[in-house]
Design a protein around this ligand. Structure first.
Ligand code: SAH
Length: 465
């Protein structure tokens, strides 16, 4: 597998400074999956080409179980990895050209932000989905794209074309932009990754693509392919990317949370609510419990104090909330025995999540009203059909009571992120429907000081299977 990068901006050998690799030498690197060599086939003032040659060792990969991928029996030995550009190339770019990729150049810092006419050539780039995809990915970033399709076997033209292309990309770019485009888009074209894709991959994608992916017309398919079609990761990446509001969304969330607390504070509603949830879980005899939409971990802290809860799992879609939860729980100073009782998971309740299966109890405290009404059905299935704990506790505001909050303007909701606030009848109807659909029974418990006419400020449904 070979990638070459050519600069023709005089003095072209500046490319050597930017890549931190002296054009006069050959540079060898050991990588987890083989070897990489950097050399310069041409290095004059007018034209300088750096080549990154990768030797992926398929036999070595098989011997290291982490690199092995399941497939047909010989796939581990007979595959395209040594020859074609794939996620191995991205790893090599970050290992071998990491300084350039991150936009640092100690000897000539002024070069980092300088755009220059650059040309990148990949000898064999797979493009699952044909040459059109290649163009759709690179052209919006300003590249002219030239592709030559490789035949499956040049000795047997009747076998037709392969999925591999010799590709030449040309544009006026900074080197770090060119490297970040290749780093992200090569595995996207391959539509595969040689390693497990988890949350860290979302961070990587955002880190390398934040400045250009938001405006890219193919951003959704890029995120899908980069994140191996793992729906919750893709959603997380896109929602963070597409948030065009320049204010930090997490900051906005925090200030909204404070606003809601301020509205409800005179009643100490938060404490009363959490106490009621803990009591309901205790009454149900739940020992292994889920706090779904755990936010900053207030319920988790309360649950921890009671030894009857042996295992406590908090899940939230917001990274930032989980970070705060971890801090507030003093995770790093927590005795090992306590720490073993808790787990914090990042995920969305609108997708089936096997990590949530096999628990006795689940609480959704002030969570459902944060979902678009259309996504609520997905949450119902995740919780009641798939996770299916024996007890599920759901709390949500009672809209009727809002009239009694002096600081809340008439007709307003308690929290700007609430998508709805139900009156008692609406909540009862929803809860009865859910119970019936998924084979649960439900009873309703008022939370907070009840008004004769308007009912309680918070409504709670306790579902039992
Ligand atoms: N239960 C906490 C937080 C309530 S605020 C408490 O009582 O303090 C609602 C929480 O639900 C937020 O932390 C929000 O990030 C989370 N949330 C919203 N949509 C979600 C989804 N689809 N999956 C998981 N969590 C979600």
């Amino acid at each position: 597998m070979i990638l070459t990068i050519t600069s023709e901006r005089a003095p072209a050998t500046d490319l050597g400074y930017l890549l931190h690799k002296n054009p006069a030498r050959v540079h060898d690197f050991d990588l987890p999956f083989g070897k990489a060599t950097v050399f310069y086939p041409e290095a004059t003032d007018e034209c300088c080409t750096a080549a990154l040659l990768l030797h992926v060792d398929p036999i070595g990969l098989v011997r290291r179980p982490k690199g092995a991928s399941p497939g047909f029996a010989l796939e581990q030995y007979v595959n395209d990895r040594p020859y074609s550009a794939s996620s191995y190339l991205s790893v090599a770019i970050s290992r071998v050209f990491g300084t350039a990729l991150s936009g640092r150049c100690s000897k000539r810092p002024e070069l980092v932000e300088e755009t220059m006419p650059l040309r990148a050539k990949l000898a064999a780039l797979p493009s699952r989905g044909g040459p059109a995809i290649l163009e759709r990915l690179f052209q919006p970033l300003g590249y002219s794209v030239e592709t030559t399709r490789h035949p499956l076997d040049e000795n047997f033209p009747e076998w037709g074309d392969s999925a591999y292309y010799a590709v030449e990309l040309q544009a006026e770019k900074t080197l770090k932009d060119l490297l970040s485009h290749l780093y992200v888009l090569v595995p996207v074209l391959d539509d595969n990754k040689h390693y497990w894709v988890g949350e860290a991959e979302v961070e990587k994608l955002l880190h390398h693509a934040e400045s250009w992916l938001g405006d890219h017309p193919e951003k959704t398919s890029i995120a899908e392919r980069y994140l191996k079609h793992r729906r919750n990761l893709v959603d997380d990446a896109l929602s963070r990317l597409l948030d065009e509001d320049p204010t930090d969304p997490d900051e906005a969330r925090e200030s909204s949370d404070r606003q809601e607390e301020a509205v409800e504070q005179p009643l100490k509603l938060n404490e009363i609510r959490l106490r009621a949830v803990v009591d309901a879980l205790l009454q149900a005899g739940a020992k292994r419990v889920l706090d779904l939409g755990c936010g900053e971990g207030k319920l988790i802290r309360l649950l921890l104090r009671d030894k009857s809860f042996e295992e406590i799992v908090g899940l939230d879609v917001s990274h930032r909330a989980l970070e705060i939860a971890q801090k507030r729980l003093h995770w790093d100073r927590m005795p090992e025995r306590q720490r073993r009782r808790i787990r914090l998971l990042h995920g969305s309740l609108t997708y089936r999540d096997r990590r949530l299966e096999g628990y006795d109890g689940a609480a959704l405290v002030e969570v459902i009203e944060h979902l678009e009404a259309g996504r609520l059905r997905a949450l119902e299935r995740t919780v009641f059909e798939f996770a299916r704990p024996a007890t599920v506790i759901v709390t949500t505001p009672n809209r009727e009571y809002n009239a009694k909050f002096e600081t809340l303007a008439s007709g307003r909701m308690r929290h700007p992120d609430h998508r709805f606030e139900w009156n008692r009848e609406e909540f009862t109807r929803w809860a009865n429907d859910v119970a019936e659909s998924y084979g649960y029974s439900v009873r309703f418990v008022p939370i907070g000081p009840e008004d004769g006419e308007l009912g309680p400020p918070t409504q709670m449904g306790v579902f039992r299977r």
